[in-house]
Design a protein. Structure first.
Length: 194
């Protein structure tokens, strides 16, 4: 047998390579199509703190990322990015939501309030003032989400007791352990706002 004659091993190798390419081609086409689909954008208007922001965003952009990276409102914090810590809490049409768990395109036409929208000029919101008076924060990382949840808690009427406040604020984690001061702040703000 001459060196130019194909051996069984060579035939198997070449056949395997051809089969791999033939099998991979449709899969590669699917990947290219998926990448194209992911980059599809949408033109949306987000009304944040009374100001309309027109944005062109990929459909997969979360409200949290739109607020922080596109609109420049960095008060809302990115903590766990899984909806567990509450640092990203904002109000949408007066209801608290975790902005890391919702897509920006889903919030078009709704009124979004972030921590930057609580104060009126130099006048702090009653919840903000109560947090300062009661030392309701230490490092400050969770504070924006705590404030937004506290505002919602008061508006929802869940301030009848310290236990009720703790229950309705339980979706917000404070790594510094300021829970007693946070409860005192919510209780005080509720009296002031009623």
């Amino acid at each position: 047998m001459s060196e130019e004659d194909p051996t069984r091993r060579t035939v198997i190798k070449v056949g395997a390579a051809v089969a791999a390419v033939a099998t991979a081609a449709p899969a590669l086409a699917d990947v290219a199509e998926a990448e194209t689909a992911v980059t599809d954008t949408a033109r949306i208007s987000l009304k944040v703190n009374g100001v309309t922001h027109r944005q062109e965003l990929e459909a997969r952009v979360t409200l949290l990322d739109a607020l922080r990276e596109r609109i420049g409102l960095t008060g809302t914090k990115k903590g766990c990015d899984r909806g567990e810590c509450g640092a990203c809490t904002v109000l949408v049409d007066g209801r608290r939501i975790k902005s890391c768990l919702t897509l920006a395109v889903m919030q078009q036409g709704r009124e979004i309030t972030t921590v930057e929208g609580l104060a009126r000029g130099d006048a702090l919101h009653p919840v903000q003032a109560a947090f300062i008076r009661n030392d309701g924060f230490q490092c400050g990382f969770c504070t924006p989400g705590q404030l937004m949840s506290a505002v919602a808690c008061v508006h929802e009427g869940h301030t009848g007791s310290d236990d009720e406040i703790r229950e309705w604020m339980s979706g917000n984690i404070c790594r510094c352990g300021c829970y007693p001061n946070i409860v005192a702040s919510v209780r005080e703000a509720a009296k002031e706002m009623s």
